[in-house]
Design a protein around this ligand. Structure first.
Ligand code: C5P
Length: 237
């Protein structure tokens, strides 16, 4: 099981949102000296299947961000099927409920000491108040995030994926228990892309993030290795 970083080093996760395992593996090789993990998501996994993992995992530990959400038995089966790929982190939707999260954790435990961390995704940041209301959730995102975060941790999640603005409230409510993995990060001066509410790497870690997820500011840089190194160095190494 990957250890939570104790100091400033080992906090950068580079999101490899690129088409094709070959490109992802090439980027992983470039950033690996300066990143703790790389993140692979649904687009690549759906296009190329589990075979996309091996060439990337050979270069860096992998956060496999598939956001599983189904009945407990099916999610447990998916975690068992994914286990041989060797991901260091897997995501499930907290909205799947406590039994689903517990089943994911139990299936991960069966892997043994090298098991992946089970991270719960609370409210997608694409969901605004009216979208939440349309799904029957009244009261806004902030309270729903904390409700789901508490439930997910009680059910056995190792941690949570959350936006920078949720880090401090989650730490206030749940203390040090959850591993917090935080996307929506932009080094000062970097292009926002489609991210609207962002924090710098330093701000997110100061608020209590364990790991930060950065994609395009690294993968779109002329020199991805240098971009990753600059982020890691900004955290003090
Ligand atoms: O390129 P960028 O740094 O915006 O990439 C961030 C990564 O984190 C993407 O893979 C994106 O899907 C993911 N993510 C996010 N916001 C969330 C959850 C995941 O940006 N709330």
């Amino acid at each position: 099981m990957i250890a939570r970083p104790a100091g400033p080093a080992g906090r950068l996760i580079v999101a490899l949102d690129v088409p094709g395992a070959a490109r992802a593996a090439a980027l992983a090789a470039q950033v690996a000296p300066h990143a703790a993990l790389v993140k692979l998501g649904l687009e690549l996994f759906c296009a190329e299947g589990p075979a996309a993992m091996a060439p990337v995992a050979a270069r860096a530990p992998v956060f496999l961000d598939l956001k599983l959400h189904d009945i407990p038995n099916t999610v447990a089966g998916a975690v068992r099927s994914l286990a041989p790929l060797g991901a260091a982190m897997l995501t499930v939707h907290a909205g799947g409920g406590p039994a689903m999260i517990a089943a994911a954790r139990e299936a991960a435990e069966a892997v043994g000491a090298a098991r992946p961390l089970i991270l719960a995704v609370t409210v997608l940041t694409s969901m605004d108040e009216s979208a939440l209301a349309a799904t029957g959730v009244a009261g806004g995102a902030a309270s729903q995030v904390l409700r789901l975060a508490r439930m997910a941790m009680a059910a056995g999640a190792d941690g949570l994926v959350c936006s920078p603005r949720e880090v401090a409230p989650i730490r206030d409510a749940l203390g040090e228990a959850p591993a917090l993995v935080v996307p929506g990060i932009r080094p000062a001066g970097a292009a926002l892309g489609d991210q609207s509410r962002v924090a710098t790497p330093e701000e997110a870690v100061r608020d209590g993030a364990d790991w930060i997820v950065v994609g395009r500011p690294v993968t779109g840089a002329a020199d991805p290795a240098a971009a990753a190194r600059a982020i890691t160095e900004s955290l003090g190494r």
